[in-house]
Design a protein around this ligand. Structure first.
Ligand SMILES: *Cc1c(COP(=O)(O)O)cnc(C)c1O
Length: 392
């Protein structure tokens, strides 16, 4: 009997299961928040990127509803034909003000912002110089560009300079995440910018986990390092701290004009929906008025990280509210995560290949929505399970 032409699917799925890489997806039975419901149980949510609680903020929900009444739900077209509405322009203008750039361009997601910007900026004969831990959407955007790709060791500035020296003619584009999502560490952007200036390279930072988190009232990594005007391209997402969905590219007027003409996800995929656009606009307005929630987020992060260290566990390299609780082997981290869920804490175990072997961890995503009681509850459980598993 001949093999079925789709047999590879079963084979590959089995292989993922054998390697422990098969994704089992949890379903939330309600809104995002400090606590969420899974399989009928309320569990403390340590898995979401909803840093500021904006995903279900009443002001933001109201803004989305109002915009639906005025504009409907769908954009009806791509931005370049009939999909650009007043509300998109308002968001682009207010985001530019918030971030202190000349202009911004709104896209459907952070992923699509990278697919839009990278291939527009680098082509055959050019070189993309990329941190080894960059996000998948940067890797995919780089592939689409057909530029040569060189990778430097994570946050290693000697490594970056070495690559820059060896890079031949053609445009050079240095790309890095602003905040790295697995360790919560921050790219050394001032050094990267200096090297870029020395070697005539463009700089491109994807600040998905930095927006709404670092910088004054969450203005992002460029603001955090006070590098305004010295980073060529800033990419962001609306799906993390801003609590919604969508992506943005920020930079000079010229850059944005160029991307409007060139970027394929802008031209060939419909505009961001009305409720997403309105909700993001409201989130930006809230942050423009007050950094209170961002401060609460950092207060929570410091409190929890201190508590974890007092238990005798460690939080790795983090400099942000992303809190890796280092465990060691992948199977131990998986056991830890399973025990946490039994104790009503929803926190993800992360192991190889997302992080190096032996560096498996529980990744705790702290939010401004967590109360001190929530964090104390969690610390108690981390201590209890840490003892059970002989980790402390
Ligand atoms: C999450 C993330 C993205 C994807 O953003 P979406 O808006 O969810 O598509 C892109 N880049 C980085 C660095 C991210 O962390």
């Amino acid at each position: 009997m001949t093999q079925g032409k789709m047999d590879f699917i079963d084979r590959d799925l089995q292989e993922l299961k054998d390697e422990g890489l098969y994704k089992n997806i949890q379903t939330l039975e309600g809104a995002q928040g400090a606590w969420v419901q899974i399989k009928g149980e309320k569990v403390l949510n340590f898995c979401s990127n909803n840093y500021l609680g904006f995903a279900a903020d009443p002001r933001i929900k109201e803004a989305a509803k109002k915009a639906i009444d005025k504009y409907g739900v769908g954009p009806g077209a791509v931005r370049t034909i009939a999909g650009t509405m007043t509300i998109h322009k308002e968001l682009e203008r207010e985001l530019a003000e918030f971030k202190g750039v000349e202009a911004t361009l709104v896209l459907q997601s952070g992923f699509s912002a990278n697919l839009a910007a990278i291939p527009a900026l680098a082509d055959k004969g050019d070189t993309i110089i990329s941190d080894e831990l960059n996000h998948a959407s940067i890797i995919d955007g780089s592939r689409l560009s057909r530029a040569a790709k060189k990778v430097y060791p994570h946050n290693d500035m000697d490594g970056l300079e070495k690559v820059l020296k060896e890079t031949p003619e053609g445009k050079k584009l240095i790309i890095c995440d602003g905040v790295f999502s697995m360790d919560g560490d921050i790219a050394p952007l001032p050094e990267i910018v200096e090297l870029a200036e020395k070697y005539g390279a463009m700089t491109y930072v994807d600040d998905a986990h930095g927006e709404g988190v670092v910088g004054r009232a969450g203005r992002g990594i460029v603001d955090h390092f006070n590098l305004h005007g010295r980073v060529d391209v800033e990419v962001g997402t609306f799906s993390k701290a801003l609590g919604v969905m969508g992506g943005v590219i920020a930079g000079s007027k010229n850059l944005i004009e160029y991307l409007i003409q060139k970027a394929r996800p802008f031209t060939f995929s419909s505009a961001l929906t009305v409720p997403d656009t309105a909700a993001t606009l409201e989130a930006v307005r809230i942050l423009s008025e007050s950094g209170e929630l961002v401060e609460k987020l950092w207060e929570n992060a410091r409190y929890f990280q201190k508590g974890i260290k007092e238990i005798g566990l460690n939080t790795g390299l983090t400099e942000t509210p992303i809190t890796p609780v280092m465990i060691g082997e992948a199977h131990q981290a998986a056991d830890f995560s399973r025990r946490l869920l039994e104790e009503k804490i929803f926190a993800q175990a992360i192991g190889f290949p997302l992080v190096a072997r032996g560096k498996a961890r529980i990744r705790v995503m702290i939010s401004a929505t967590h109360s001190k009681d929530d964090l104390d509850f969690a610390l108690e459980k981390f201590k209890k399970i840490g003892k059970e598993l002989n980790l402390v």
